[in-house]
Design a protein around this ligand. Structure first.
Ligand SMILES: Cc1cc2nc3c(=O)[nH]c(=O)nc-3n(C[C@H](O)[C@H](O)[C@H](O)COP(=O)(O)OP(=O)(O)OC[C@H]3O[C@@H](n4cnc5c(N)ncnc54)[C@H](O)[C@@H]3O)c2cc1C
Ligand code: FES
Ligand code: FES
Length: 493
């Protein structure tokens, strides 16, 4: 049974198979067809909806999400808002009124998704008013594609929404809504979300503590773990594979905490990127900068750091950064917890050190102290919402003018995210000048044999990785003037 609220009304949907998406539930079961399907892979944003979650202070906090790749069972204890739920009778919500007045819609297919992204932006502005900078606009709309209107009028609509009367949807009048949703959320912590036997096939369990998660993993070794589903769900929408036995890690208390220690931060595997943004901004600015280039707001609101690492894609964005930082991983499972270095986690293409029944519990990020520096540069065909062709993450410190503890990690250059051991050795203990970097570059070309694919040829990848190393030299080489020239590029940090 999925017990949730849709546009202010309680919904109880029984016999929903585990691999049903929110979009399918809306369109096929509930007859709510305002939310559109474009790509069914999280790329176009046509299916954008808003998810209201209890914020622990008696309110609901809304974020955008792609309904096409969100498991319907994850709606339990949430308030789902769709484009049908924004107007108050004939009075349009400011997001809708501004889109109409700015002529920001033509064929209209992308419009419901864009309106929902503007709705969450508007909600955010209402709770925490702040200037609508270019960066915030890009972040709010970067996950929505429009093929006929052009973005200028859509941007205008975003900028002028605040000038409209603040028409609230009717459901916003209900003083009990947040409490009612929260009560369902509490229920969700004690009742496993399991499909009725004999009706729908399979399981969708949402354990809330690590002991239950361990037990479920032991009981059902063939089950799949799901967190934000932003990778996993593509197996059903793109490859049409069934996902019949799922265990959701997003409610497991131990996987959702962030613990600060003098040495660094233990981050629960199910913490989303959106939640990590403030921590990255304060302690790892280069990592925070990467987040602007990581997928879209819809994806970052749901995708987890643990999912990115466990997915073990050679072009995942965070593994090279974690390799450069010497992160540690806490794995857990039937045999209890164990800790390993991230460098020992990736074994071969999509193969990890996780044993049967194990899961990723938390990740440890050491602090950047003792003048340790971090640079992260991502190259992709498109700036917004695109996967890397090559990503370089570089960490080092300077001691008496020499580079120490040099870590050069790359994504997109091998079957696994990998450090360039020979290039690192060429820089270790050297002054950051042309001679050391020339040797490092030659070593880099020797130690990687990247593949050619749609994102880049072997030659492009080698050249690009070498150029990232050269960019690092230009940032560090005191003979090079002016330093700023290297960093002026919009993508650099
Ligand atoms: C449109 C789009 C754009 C994207 N852009 C980027 C991008 O720019 N950069 C990038 O790196 N990625 C990108 N991705 C991929 C994806 O968003 C990330 O890899 C994300 O971090 C996956 O996290 P998740 O929580 O959604 O994982 P899920 O999809 O839920 O799970 C991914 C895999 O990890 C396993 N898993 C999840 N949690 C655990 C755990 N705790 N222990 C063990 N196994 C676990 C699952 O079983 C599954 O095999 C994009 C995806 C889409 C759809
Ligand atoms: S349909 Fe394209 S993002 Fe969902
Ligand atoms: S209005 Fe047609 S795709 Fe945007």
């Amino acid at each position: 049974m999925i017990d949730f609220y849709l546009n202010g009304r309680r919904q109880q949907c029984a016999d929903v198979s585990p691999d049903t998406s929110v979009l399918e539930l809306l369109r096929l079961r509930l007859g709510q067809t305002g939310t559109k399907e474009g790509c069914a892979s999280g790329d176009c944003g046509a299916c954008t909806v808003a998810i209201g979650e209890p914020d622990g202070r008696g309110n609901l906090s809304y974020h955008s999400a792609n309904a096409c790749i969100m498991p319907a069972h994850q709606l339990k204890g949430r308030h789902l808002v769709t484009v049908e739920g924004l107007a108050r009778g004939d009075a349009l919500h400011p997001a809708q009124a501004a889109m109409v007045d700015c002529h920001a819609s033509q064929c209209g297919f992308c419009t419901p998704g864009i309106v929902m992204s503007l709705f969450t932006l508007h909600q955010g502005q209402r709770q925490h008013p702040a200037p609508l900078t270019q960066q915030r606009l890009e972040s709010a709309l970067g996950g929505n594609l429009c093929r006929c209107t052009g973005y200028r009028p859509i941007r205008d609509a975003a900028l002028c929404m605040a000038d409209y009367p603040d028409t609230h949807p009717l459901w916003a009048d209900d003083p009990d809504l947040a409490g009612n949703v929260e009560a369902l959320d509490r229920d969700a912590t004690t009742i496993p979300a399991r499909s009725s036997p004999g009706k729908a096939v399979g399981h969708f369990d949402s354990p809330t503590d690590i002991a239950t998660l361990r037990e479920l993993r032991k009981e059902r070794p063939g089950s799949r773990l799901v967190a934000g589903a932003t990778d996993l769900w593509l197996e059903t929408t793109q490859q049409l594979k069934p996902l019949e036995d799922l265990i959701d890690v997003r409610q497991v208390a131990e996987l959702t905490t962030i613990d600060e220690t003098p040495a660094g931060f233990w981050i629960g595997a199910a913490v989303t990127f959106s939640r990590l943004e403030p921590l990255f901004a304060e302690h790892y600015p280069a990592f925070a900068h990467l987040m602007h280039r990581f997928a879209s707001a819809q994806i970052r609101n749901r995708a987890t750091l643990g999912g990115n690492v466990a997915n073990a894609s050679p072009i995942g964005d965070t593994p090279p950064v974690l390799l450069a930082l010497d992160a540690r991983l806490q794995l857990d499972g039937p045999g209890g917890p164990r800790e390993i270095a991230i460098a020992d986690f990736f074994l071969d293409y999509r193969k990890t050190a996780l044993k049967e029944g194990e899961f990723l519990r938390a990740l440890f990020l050491p602090r950047l102290d003792n003048d340790r520096q971090l640079k992260v540069w991502k190259l992709s065909k498109r700036r917004e919402d695109d996967i890397s062709a090559v990503l370089g993450a570089f960490a080092w410190r300077l001691e008496d003018g020499k580079m120490r503890d040099v870590h050069l990690a790359f994504g997109g250059m091998a079957a696994i995210p990998k450090r360039a051991a020979q290039a690192e050795a060429a820089l270790e203990g050297q002054a950051p000048g042309q001679p050391a970097f020339t040797t490092a570059l030659a070593a880099l070309y020797r130690e990687f044999q990247p593949l050619s694919d749609v994102r880049g040829s072997r030659e492009y990848r080698l050249l690009a990785a070498g150029n990232l190393l050269e960019r690092l030299r230009l940032c560090l080489d005191t003979d090079h003037e002016p330093h700023a020239e290297v960093c002026l590029d919009a993508y650099a940090h």
